[in-house]
Design a protein around this ligand. Structure first.
Ligand code: ZN
Length: 466
């Protein structure tokens, strides 16, 4: 049978590499296809059999070929808290998990990325250590309004803030007055504000009302100390500010389903409000968390099973735009494993390497196809960072960032084999579906079946740079 006319005809040099498979996920859906790669970019996508001779070929067979995952919510903590995590360990974990792009949060490093000078320290600390492409968010903290333009001009992709204490002294939380100073600057540049949406008032009230003698080892105590009203009131405030300043506002790690109505309204109104949730909120339920199991502690907290199902429905109908990990590890001792004290333990969940199988395990049990996963883990987060057109999509002109994975293979999480610096994770021992086989970064194989075949090949991503 003759081949159809080749879109490669007249395009000059042959590709350096072709990756082909029966299940390639493009923006149009899933199909058998051949991805032609030259100079690190996708130069053509053709029918499965339509490939030139004598070009290196990677056969994905029946495994899924998806865009490399874009994780826009990662805490790497270097410099300053490199004993918590670091660029080398975090980005190797990313490569092993099929994550090819990550955007790092402006805390918990020292200094926090709230000045252009601190941004330069980040770049210096990252040099030579990146296994995947990595960009940086700046931060909005009280008093740094004059630093926002320099940070943006230097290459930060947007700005993170906290409306409650962040847990570290270098990154103070903002009041509404601070946001009123920052938002005109952000809106003028089209820069997104990423907000940890909880307000202190409802949390203080809830803590004051905890019964005397409430055990801090009980998960129910942590849940009572962190009521959904804190999240709901913060989100209402952020929506009002987005409307008033015509600003882009992104709600990180949404968990309260009580806010979904307001978020749907804000989107229907046309406000530039976007929302992420996290694999742990989609995987776990408060009812199942054992007393003292502080590896499950994060803020806002993992809520009920019913709440979790409402988050899934919101992903399904688009009220939640995408999924990011909020990978936020710490030395195991800070999780207070002996005391099991939920109120004093560090809040944060390590999951960078596991986002794909964690989300897929839950998604497939609810009947979602792999193509939705590509939207939630790849295209959606790329849009937040303004990287669509380059990352998060198997499209001509995009970087050849690919993850090849077997959706039917299951495995039990052996925490000791994860590549994060510390192995504490609530996924330990769980059976997950979806095995990452091979990861390509700009056409280069950076991970294959447990091995890292090349030295760190990641680059620093700067907003606006090629
Ligand atoms: Zn975070």
């Amino acid at each position: 049978m003759p081949n159809p006319p080749s879109p490669l005809a007249g395009s000059g040099a042959p590709p350096d590499l072709i990756v082909r498979g029966k299940r390639v996920i493009t923006p149009e859906g899933e199909r058998a296809a051949a991805i032609h790669i030259r100079g690190g970019a996708i130069v053509a996508i053709t029918a499965f059999d339509e490939i030139p001779r004598d070009v290196p070929l990677h056969e994905a067979g029946d495994s899924v070929v998806m865009p490399g995952i874009v994780d826009t919510h990662v805490h790497i903590n270097e410099p300053g808290r490199t004993d918590w995590e670091g660029f080398s360990t975090a980005t190797r974990a990313a490569a092993a998990g099929g994550v090819t792009t990550l955007i790092e949060m402006p805390l918990n490093s020292i200094p926090a990325t709230t000045t252009a000078a601190a941004y330069r320290e980040k770049l210096a600390a990252a040099a030579g250590k990146l296994s995947v492409d990595t960009g940086f968010w700046g931060g909005v903290v009280p008093g740094n309004a004059a630093e926002l333009k320099p940070l943006w001009d230097a290459g930060a992709f947007g700005f993170k803030c906290f409306l409650v204490p962040s847990g570290v002294d270098e990154f103070a939380h903002v009041a509404e007055s601070d946001l009123r100073a920052a938002l005109p600057q952000l809106a003028a540049r089209g820069a997104p504000l990423l907000a940890h949406a909880e307000l202190p008032g409802p949390i203080d009230d809830a803590i004051a009302k905890l019964p005397k003698g409430a055990s801090p080892k009980r998960y129910a105590t942590w849940l009572a100390a962190r009521p959904h009203e804190a999240e709901d009131e913060a989100i209402a405030l952020l929506i009002r500010l987005a409307r008033e300043f015509k600003a882009r506002v992104h709600i990180v790690h949404l968990v309260s389903s009580h806010s979904l109505g307001l978020l749907r309204q804000a989107k229907a109104e046309g406000l530039a409000v976007t929302v992420e949730t996290c694999p742990h909120y989609l995987s776990f339920a408060a009812e199942d968390i054992a007393d003292g199991a502080t590896e499950f502690k994060c803020a806002p907290p993992i809520r009920s099973r019913d709440n979790r199902e409402k988050l899934w429905a919101a992903l399904g109908d688009g009220a939640i735009d995408f999924i990011a990990t909020d990978h936020s590890p710490c030395p195991p001792a800070l999780k207070l494993p002996d005391e099991g004290d939920f109120l004093r333990a560090w809040g944060g969940i390590a999951s960078l390497e596991l986002s794909l199988p964690a989300v897929w395990t839950q998604a497939r049990s609810r009947g979602y196809p792999v193509s939705r996963l590509a939207e939630w883990l790849c295209a959606g987060p790329a849009r937040l960072a303004g990287l669509h057109g380059r990352k998060g999509s198997i499209s001509v002109g995009c970087d050849a960032d690919l993850v090849i994975w077997n959706p039917d293979a299951t495995f039990r999480v052996d925490a000791a084999r994860l590549h994060h610096r510390h192995k504490v994770t609530p996924y330990a021992g769980r059976e997950l579906a979806g095995m990452v086989e091979t990861t390509f970064l700009r056409g280069r194989k950076i991970f294959e079946r447990g091995e890292f075949p090349c030295p760190p090949a990641g680059r620093v991503l700067r907003r606006g740079a090629e």
